[in-house]
Design a protein around this ligand. Structure first.
Ligand SMILES: Cc1cc2nc3c(=O)[nH]c(=O)nc-3n(C[C@H](O)[C@H](O)[C@H](O)COP(=O)(O)OP(=O)(O)OC[C@H]3O[C@@H](n4cnc5c(N)ncnc54)[C@H](O)[C@@H]3O)c2cc1C
Ligand SMILES: *[C@@H]1O[C@H](CO)[C@@H](O)[C@H](O)[C@H]1NC(C)=O
Ligand SMILES: *[C@@H]1O[C@H](CO)[C@@H](O)[C@H](O)[C@H]1NC(C)=O
Ligand SMILES: *[C@@H]1O[C@H](CO)[C@@H](O)[C@H](O)[C@H]1NC(C)=O
Ligand SMILES: *[C@@H]1O[C@H](CO)[C@@H](O)[C@H](O)[C@H]1NC(C)=O
Length: 482
């Protein structure tokens, strides 16, 4: 994979005449230094083939660090992913970034046990494999048989649904694709749009899955990955199910390093702790005003942040369909989960405790991030509301340190989905995060940003050149493996 990713991308070195007004330098301003903004900067630099003195890229970031929803938290000396944590092996842009930037991948441990809690008991529990190879193997077998006993061929139907959609998604890496100015057209081009128009539960029932696997396993996964139940769209649901298989990975030392590396590689200038307040279009250029008090004139502006909770003033104003962000509360605890809470006397608690969508359970999941000794672990708890000290004192028998985060995490999904335009003003104001109504992940932000970079360069170029990612070979190989 990585060797292929490093293959020369000759076709991309096409030089284009950027149709800017007077000066020879074209200025592109990007709002946001998350994976979307960083990818946009990277692809603009790569596809244009132009150095900074011809194509100036500036990235605005209101935080004091880059990465956005890729961020770390420090819990008594160890650092953990606080936001986006896992990637899929077929996330070809991010796989490529890691190779390009010389970062290291780390894979998740394979022997995690899980339990599904209904508020009174564990409805499903996998066994602990112990430490020796042979017991691990037997436990794996019993778990697989147990799961097979409970869900039967539904497990295969679930996997086949996911791989069908993944196969279509891989066409986003095809060579020679035209850039899209509408998310709907972009999704239709790979036959995924329909899945944004119906709920996941409807799609899975159509595939013949039983109500039992949907309300148990599938709901558990969508709750963990999107904080929401199976009423999210089929596409967001399939993406969420992708984040539950084997071979998931993360960047060693933190996923935010992808954004950091891409911004540096693209030679963009970066303004940290600088919030964009307004974008005013006049005389064919944009005047961007930010909290630093300095105005910047840009030929094009790329918004690579979700505008739902932002207060950027656009003039003339732009029209966006209403969308609210789902808030996910992440609580990190160093200590020990109480066995009493789960009514267990001596059995070991699962590494991942997930919950069903039933009223009265205040949390979505608890997972062990690291074990220090028998009474000292690092945990990550997801919930839909802030967890009180009173509740945490019931859930944990020991609590040495608690850190609470509240993320405007991803859209509140609501099929049928509507999408904001990719070009907000018919001119050169672009919006990467209109794609988030399809799904919100690091990879999909990169896919959306790559499309915006191609769209911008194609629309600015005088010869209508179309730009490509060069990942086609990887995608082909990827779909053969499915
Ligand atoms: C708890 C949690 C878990 C997740 N888990 C996963 C996962 O396991 N795998 C996965 O792939 N995805 C996951 N996601 C989703 C993933 O984090 C996002 O889809 C992705 O990181 C979005 O990247 P982005 O660049 O589009 O937006 P962001 O990362 O939000 O970047 C936008 C940036 O713009 C900045 N900004 C906003 N407004 C302004 C302004 N006016 N001026 C200047 N700067 C501004 C923000 O500070 C931010 O840094 C998770 C998200 C959360 C919250
Ligand atoms: C990026 O910056 C480095 C160091 O300033 C310079 O050597 C390199 O040529 C620049 N590359 C581009 C594409 O601008
Ligand atoms: C699933 O979530 C939706 C939207 O929040 C809600 O209306 C619905 O009642 C939930 N379904 C179940 C089974 O709880
Ligand atoms: C910056 O731009 C804003 C909005 O266009 C304008 O009101 C303001 O006068 C400008 N400031 C400077 C210093 O040019
Ligand atoms: C486990 O670690 C904690 C704190 O790091 C310490 O207080 C406790 O004594 C240790 N327990 C055992 C059994 O080693």
């Amino acid at each position: 994979m990585l060797a292929l990713a490093g293959a020369p991308i000759v076709a991309l070195a096409l030089l284009v005449t950027l149709g800017s007004c007077d000066a020879s330098q074209t200025k592109v301003c990007i709002v946001g230094s998350g994976i979307g903004g960083a990818s946009a900067a990277h692809f603009l630099r790569k596809y244009s083939g132009r150095p900074q003195n011809e194509l100036h890229i500036h990235v605005y970031e209101r935080n004091s660090v880059v990465g956005g929803r890729m961020a770390m938290v420090d819990l008594l000396g160890d650092r953990f992913e606080a936001g986006a944590s896992i990637l899929h092996p077929k996330n070809l842009h991010t796989v490529h970034f890691v190779g390009l930037l010389g970062l290291k991948k780390k894979t998740s441990p394979d022997s995690e046990t899980f339990g599904l809690w209904d508020g009174k008991k564990f409805v499903v529990r996998t066994m602990d494999g112990g430490s020796s190879f042979i017991t691990k193997k037997i436990a794996g077998l019993i778990n697989a048989l147990g799961m097979l006993w409970r869900y039967g061929s539904d497990l295969f139907r679930m996997r086949s649904f996911v791989s069908q959609l993944l196969k279509r998604f891989l066409h986003f890496y095809d060579e020679g694709r035209t850039p899209y100015s509408s998310v709907k057209d972009m999704l239709e081009s790979v036959e995924l749009y329909g899945y944004t128009q119906h709920t996941l539960v409807r799609e899975l029932l159509r595939e013949g899955l039983s109500v039992q696997i949907i309300t148990e396993i599938v709901t558990m996964i969508t709750r963990i990955n999107y904080g929401q139940n199976v009423s999210i769209s089929g596409l967001a649901g399939a993406v969420s199910l992708c984040g539950s298989g084997d071979d998931l990975w993360a960047v060693e030392g933190g996923n935010w390093q992808m954004a950091d590396g891409l911004i540096k590689l693209s030679n963009a200038s970066l303004g940290l702790s600088d919030t964009v307040l307004s974008v005013v279009s006049k005389d064919g250029v944009y005047e961007v005003t930010s909290s630093s008090g300095k105005n910047r004139t840009c030929n094009a502006v790329i918004i690579a942040a979700s505008l739902d909770e932002e207060k950027i003033v656009f003039s003339p104003s732009v029209d966006l369909p209403k969308r609210s962000m789902h808030h996910t509360f992440v609580t990190f605890v160093r200590g020990l989960v109480s066995r009493d809470y789960f009514g267990l006397k001596d059995a070991k608690l699962p590494d991942l405790i997930a919950t069903l969508e039933v009223p009265g359970i205040p949390f979505i999941s608890i997972s062990v991030l690291k074990s220090y000794n028998a009474t000292d672990n690092a945990y990550k708890v997801f919930s839909r509301a802030s967890l009180s000290d009173e509740f945490l004192d019931k859930l944990f028998s020991v609590r040495r340190k608690t850190i609470r985060l509240n993320w405007a995490a991803y859209p509140q999904y609501n099929a049928p989905e509507t999408f904001a335009p990719v070009i907000l003003d018919g001119n050169h104001l672009y919006y990467v995060n209109s794609f988030e109504n399809a799904a919100s992940t690091m990879e999909t932000s990169a896919v959306a940003a790559e499309n915006v970079a191609r769209l911008l360069l194609t629309r600015l170029s005088t010869d209508g050149a179309v730009f490509n990612s060069g990942l086609n070979t990887m995608a082909k190989r990827g779909s053969e493996e499915l």
